[in-house]
Ligand binder design. Sequence first.
Ligand code: ADE
Length: 256
Amino acid sequence: MKYTVLTLFPEQVRSFLETSIIGRAIKSGILSLDTVQIRDFCGNSYGKVDDTMFGGGTGMLMQCEPVYAAWQSVAGSDPEKRPHTIFLSPKGTVFNQQKAMDLAKYPHLVFLCGHYEGIDQRVLDTIVDEEISIGDYVLTGGEIAACVVIDSISRMLPGVLPDASAYENESHMGGVLEAPQYTRPETWREKSVPSVLLSGHHAKIIEWRRLSALYETWQKRPDLLDRQVISASDWEILLEWKEENQKPNFQPNFQP
Ligand code: ADE
């Protein structure tokens, strides 16, 4: 996978993505990251890339030509080889795990990061394939959003994490949150691990994790359950757990 980020702040993007797991994947050649400084394409000697808005309004807007020239330096002029281009913006489709999985299929992704009050619409209409938001709030620029999107795509690419099961069972992968997880000691400050997890009974553990994932989702993100089909017998257990949850130190559990 190749990523190119068009930005006025390449250091911000590089310092985030060249650290930790993604940084290691870049060093080992599983991923490549290029940043392009849009200011290098300003066409004037003082590095100006923005101007006031037609029709009035506060703040400055990034102009078409520097953005287009920066993009073209990456995309070239062959429309067949045009890379998939994403504009990060609070007006975009809200990013989620499914979108991360879809984007992971492209060989090359270009991310355009806006600053100031935004970017002239004409160049967006010319080069952007999709507009993505990372949530319903406004950031100072698209760089953090690009890093979020790149991080979540990259961890699904073969070789980035030590083992695919590290992400296959986690929250949002099957449209639900993951089950609670526990490590040693078995009892910590009078709180014990659900006994089924210590039973060694593999099938029961899998079933407990499946139901606990549904329970966790029901309690924390009930909106996600709209897309799940839950059987009457599953609901019976979930309702029973919900009732027991009123008691102190409740753990959803099965008899091992
Ligand atoms: N730029 C500013 N706010 C943003 C957001 N919420 N998502 C993506 N890009 C942005």
